[in-house]
Design a protein. Structure first.
Lengths: 240, 592
């Protein structure tokens, strides 16, 4: 039962001597010098451009409509859709996060107390798939239109009903889905642009966070002064 | 049947702080040492180069640096009447994985415990009487004193280059330091870090209220430093990505930046990574460890024989390996008998948020370090009279805000909508002008009869071994103490000039989803007799004398400080006893 190696562990393993002699354990042996291979960086898995990876086109449209209400366009930033929050969520759901990667997933699964934390075996990806379908079903029944086709005021009222747990989505709780998509949207809003959201570092500019700036030795004792550094992404280039 | 590797003098389970310290000391004494580490090798300079490391999503939110619950987890319940359920994703604490262990992702707060913390039960009993303590509180003395540990605290601080301002050097109280600390033999190796605006304002306000603020002792260095092993550390750049992250800059003390570069060059040392020790092997009588069995990356079992076994894993996994190896008597809360799993504690932390007028205050919260901050110690340990208050214990209070990372640190005033333009405006209006320490109140957690660890009857790890089961809840003493301290903390924020202060005292029940430091303690505690402890005062197992169990699992209860300084001091103390006594005459160092 070998554990699956994550990406960094694979990189680490290739940077050191793997023992393949049958008289010794299969392990990375560190002896004599610290393992070091120049250039062995640990790059992030960035969001690639292109079509939806997880969402169907209909789901993608619905999510874009939701994130555009959670983070509306105003004088502070463009809206969640234009900032890439839906793309962020799509790439996250297609990846490890969407499938409870790294979670303890052995059963039995049973409901516990609130303090015992999340105990469901329904992954975030499955949660979105079911909840988005149920949301559009509800809107078609109630208004004869899909969520994305409703006027903003109707959209806001529906989101508020989800937030207040007044609207059930099939067998799932509307509030659970509200919490899930709100958390994911705001995470995408603030995450580094390499993950698909926070386009042009708009969220960082809104609040004055300089991003991955790394060195504030010149600023630490300049108390109560605005930091004038332009924000920078982990890709190292502003605005990219 | 496991295959056998050539025998070593000593085998070390886990290559974090204590494993690195013990390996270095034992290699120095001429022993052949093999360290077996469950996680991968981690090279902060290559893997966490700026700006790769400055990634809040990947490391803080998605836990990329940590042990994954799919590798192993634990189960949790508040009390014995509940069914414990597995921790499916981390919340209340974070467990390291790989070489360096928690020493890679910590904030590097490098505290010493108070002299009275080591003689807790006798001190409190003497001052307040035995009846003052709750009936089910099972605190006890450590069996050693602050003076015993002082040279070892000193050794660790000089290894790390700890930045701070001494408050008590050889009994002489110094302005600007912590006047409550135990006497230290010499000042910190490097001066305190510079303090950003809000941390400085906190200190000013505390001083005006009559307290004696001092800089938090920091393993993020204020200046370049060469340690006694010849390893060089660089100055911290205040990047604000410290805890949950690794530092490529050699600015955060960790095994990689202080010991390993020297240790690995010793010909009598080797480490195997990606290998998980699954049990400590005993001889037929169960009185002597013969080595350990581990699983390699292909899933094959190997035996590493050794004369001396050093358990240096994280607290939970030290206790788990003892239980799975049948060493010592499992604790039974109904009778109070058995030592393994007993006196399990955590940390009682809380905070208050201070919202300030943005027209007047720009705190630039992103300029910070892991162990930055200004603290007061008036309410720690027994530094204040508990008599009229009806509780024991305490903690330090401080503006110890480590970051302005936007997913974690964009608090908004109560009543703000959770989404929409109004939420955005509130985030924008408060981001630069809010004081928000994750653990502005960092307080003790004393031991109780019904907080303990044992093996779970249902849930298993990837090797089909039972997970640890954690039965844990807050007791009235800690909640009362925390409410009192949170009130004192909020008063300081108000005096700083906050227009609104939102108190967030710790409330029960204990919640496994809410982060409250990774300072798990106890379960294999040290003490004076086999009747009150799993280990003697040298961290030697009472049951298996060639086994030493390092780490915070040895703490009889947790004090109001971050534990690593004391964990490392105990490791040096234990290593000194092994070198000066045990190796000359292997056997019990204390006769029961």
């Amino acid at each position: 039962m070998a554990p699956s190696l994550n990406r960094r562990e694979v990189i680490a393993a290739t940077a050191t001597a793997l023992i393949l002699d049958s008289r010794d354990a299969r392990a990375t042996l560190i002896k004599g010098a610290l393992p070091f291979h120049p250039g062995a960086t640990n790059a992030p898995d960035v969001a690639q451009p292109g079509p939806w990876r997880f969402f169907t086109p209909e789901e993608g449209t619905t999510v874009e409509a939701i994130v555009d209400r959670l983070i509306p366009a105003d004088n502070l930033t463009p809206g969640g859709k234009d900032l890439g929050c839906a793309i962020f969520i799509d790439r996250q759901l297609a990846g490890s996060y969407g499938h409870f990667g790294g979670h303890y997933m052995k059963g039995p699964f049973q409901r516990g107390t609130k303090q015992q934390g999340q105990q469901s075996d329904v992954t975030p990806a499955e949660h979105y798939r079911k909840a988005l379908a149920a949301l559009d079903d509800h809107c078609k029944q109630a208004f004869g239109k899909r969520f994305a086709e409703l006027p903003d005021s109707e959209k806001d009222a529906i989101i508020k009903d989800l937030e207040d747990d007044k609207l059930k989505l099939a067998e799932g709780s509307g509030q659970d889905f509200f919490k899930q998509i709100l958390n994911d949207t705001q995470t995408g809003f603030f995450a580094d642009p390499v993950y698909g959201g926070n386009k042009d570092m708009a969220a960082w500019k809104m609040i004055g966070f300089p991003g991955a700036h790394y060195d504030y030795r010149e600023w630490v004792d300049r108390h109560n002064q605005p930091v004038t550094l332009a924000p920078v992404s982990i890709k190292g280039h502003p605005n990219r | 049947m496991a295959k056998k590797l050539p025998a070593k003098d000593a085998v070390i389970v886990g290559l974090g702080w204590t494993g690195s310290i013990l390996a270095h000391e034992l290699c120095d004494a001429g022993l052949s040492v093999s360290a077996i580490e469950r996680g991968p090798w981690r090279d902060p300079t290559a893997e966490f180069t700026p700006p790769v490391a400055q990634d809040e999503l990947r490391f803080r939110i998605r836990h990329d640096l940590f042990l994954r619950p799919s590798q192993t987890s634990l189960t949790f319940r508040n009390n014995r009447d509940e069914t414990a359920l597995p921790v499916r994703t981390w919340g209340a604490f974070m467990l390291g994985n790989g070489v360096g262990g928690g020493g890679l992702h910590w904030n590097a707060e490098t505290w010493r415990f108070l002299p009275s913390d080591f003689v807790l039960r006798s001190h409190l009993t003497q001052r307040y009487g035995a009846k003052f303590l709750p009936e089910d509180m099972t605190i006890q003395d450590w069996g050693i004193t602050y003076d015993d540990l002082e040279p070892h605290y000193d050794r660790f601080e000089y290894l790390c280059g700890t930045s701070g301002t001494a408050g008590n050097v050889k009994g002489q109280i110094h302005d600007g330091g912590n006047p409550f600390e135990g006497p230290r033999s010499r000042p910190y190796p490097t001066p305190a870090q510079k303090q950003p605006f809000s941390h400085t304002l906190f200190a000013n306000a505390a001083r005006e209220l009559g307290y004696k603020p001092f800089p938090q002792p920091s393993g993020n260095l204020s200046q370049a430093y060469t340690n006694p092993l010849g390893v060089k550390l660089g100055p911290c750049t205040y990047c604000g990505f410290c805890e949950w992250f690794a530092c490529a800059n050699y600015s955060k003390a960790s095994p990689q930046t202080t010991i390993l570069p020297v240790l690995v060059r010793k010909p009598n040392f080797e480490a195997r990574t990606d290998c998980e020790v699954i049990r400590i092997n005993l001889d037929n009588l169960g009185k002597r460890a013969t080595g350990v069995t581990f699983v390699d990356t292909s899933g094959e079992e190997w035996e590493q024989p050794a004369d001396l076994v050093l358990l240096c894993a994280f607290q939970l996994f030290n206790v788990q390996l003892l239980l799975l190896s049948g060493i010592g008597q499992p604790y039974e809360p109904r009778t109070g008998r058995g030592q393994i799993g007993r006196n399990f504690t955590h940390q009682t932390v809380s905070s208050a948020i201070g919202f300030f007028d943005k027209a007047k205050y720009n705190f630039n919260p992103f300029i910070s370090s892991g162990s930055i901050g200004m603290c007061i110690d008036e309410f720690n340990g027994d530094n204040f009279d508990h008599g009229p208050l009806g509780f024991v214990g305490g903690g330090y209070l401080g503006q110890v805000q480590t970051n302005g990372r936007p997913m974690e640190t964009t608090p908004v005033p109560p009543g703000t909508p959770a989404w929409g333009s109004e939420w955005k405006r509130a985030v924008r209006d408060n981001y630069l002008s809010t004081v928000y320490s994750g653990a502005g109140v960092h307080a003790s957690w004393y031991a109780y009869r019904n907080n303990y660890l044992d093996l779970d009857p249902t849930y298993k790890d990837r090797f089909r071994r039972p997970l640890m089961r954690m039965t844990m809840d807050f007791h009235e003493n800690e909640l009362k103490m925390n409410a009192y301290l949170t009130d004192r903390y909020a008063e300081i924020l108000e005096h700083m000039g906050a227009k609104q202060v939102v108190k967030q005292p710790r409330k029960g029940p204990y919640d496994i989803t809410s982060y409250q430091t990774s300072h798990l303690c106890g379960g294999a505690i040290m003490g004076t007799t086999p009747g009150n402890s799993a280990l003697n005062v040298y961290l030697q197992s009472w049951d298996v004398p060639n086994l030493f169990v390092q780490g915070a699992s040895a703490f009889p209860q947790n004090a109001g400080y971050n534990p690593t300084g004391t964990v490392a001091a105990l490791a040096y103390w234990s290593a000194a006893a092994i070198r000066s006594q045990y190796l000359k005459n292997p056997g019990p160092l204390v006769h029961a």
